[in-house]
Design a protein. Structure first.
Length: 300
């Protein structure tokens, strides 16, 4: 069971606010916590500030207005993880704070809706047979903060398209295998999930989807054969007829012999964020456009 839960959340460990132990959080202003933007070579995001030594930091998301940053943090030796957030105020970015009573739950992998009005994440919940299952949570934005989240359905690492269709990881049936599913939004409700095509889902694990707002492409990670390491990041482009192209490995510029996954794009589409082992990395997202163009040309 421990191995299976790790597949879902990368790792589940308790989170602490590291900066509570520091005398002063550095003054950070501007976009992306004031960090110098990367080129085509992936770099650790905000080292020593967000990506902390001896911690598991991953699963991050920026709000479309650039004023909120949420991410997942774990530390210690127990099966818990927490959602942390930083807020951009007039004086600069705030130090990471615990969100949604994370100390009480094990929860993580936040993602903003394309309009920035909802924050989606997963929270572990013990079901009748004693098994821990992640359930999708959604929090609505208020004037200056975020409302208490409500529970939607079983699932993890949720990403929302502009039409409110949800893409997420299916985690039932004992969590022995994981596939990607979609749930469409109709008449004010989310429908029962449908599995994505077998060109996406395989006999191996497909997890952590990120859907483009227009559903033009899908990014996810998988341990399928032919990759560079434990889990690699892939992209599948959607053709004009609505079907998906065969997923393409993002290549050695992104994937290594280590774990790569939990990818997402910045709201402006300029940067790809992902997890490599215990840190958040980011890189120029031009590689996404290059792969999309190459794939569509081959399908003409």
């Amino acid at each position: 069971m421990q191995k299976l839960i790790c597949i879902i959340f990368v790792i589940l460990v308790p989170a602490i606010n590291v900066f509570a132990q520091q005398k002063e959080f550095p003054k950070l202003t501007g976009s992306y916590l004031g960090q110098e933007t990367p080129g085509k070579t992936p770099e650790i995001f905000a080292p020593g500030i967000i990506s902390i030594k001896n911690h598991r930091d991953y699963g991050c998301t920026f709000s479309p207005d650039g004023k909120w940053f949420f991410f997942t943090r774990g530390a210690g030796g127990e099966n818990k993880e927490s959602i942390m957030f930083c807020e951009l105020k007039e004086s600069g970015w705030t130090a990471p704070k615990d969100a949604f009573n994370s100390g009480k739950y094990s929860q993580g992998e936040p993602n903003f809706s394309p309009d920035g009005n909802q924050l989606l994440f997963a929270r572990l919940k013990k079901v009748e047979n004693g098994e821990l299952i992640p359930f999708i949570q959604i929090s609505e934005k208020s004037e200056s903060s975020w409302k208490k989240p409500s529970e939607l359905m079983p699932g993890m690492f949720i990403t929302m398209a502009a039409n409110k269709t949800l893409y997420y990881t299916y985690v039932l049936n004992g969590m022995d295998s994981t596939d990607l599913v979609i749930s469409r939004y109709q008449d004010g409700e989310f429908e029962e999930p449908d599995f994505l095509a077998r060109i996406i889902n395989t006999q191996y694990n497909e997890v952590h989807p990120f859907i483009a707002p227009d559903e033009g492409y899908l990014i996810f990670d998988s341990n399928r054969p032919g990759g560079y390491g434990k889990y690699d990041i892939y992209i599948s482009v959607r053709k004009n007829d609505g079907t998906w192209c065969k997923p393409i490995n993002l290549g050695p510029e992104i994937n290594t012999a280590d774990y790569e996954g939990v990818a997402s794009l910045s709201p402006d589409g300029q940067f790809l964020f992902f997890n490599r082992n215990e840190d958040i990395y980011w890189v120029d997202a031009k590689i996404i456009e290059e792969l999309k163009t190459k794939e569509l040309k081959q399908k003409r």
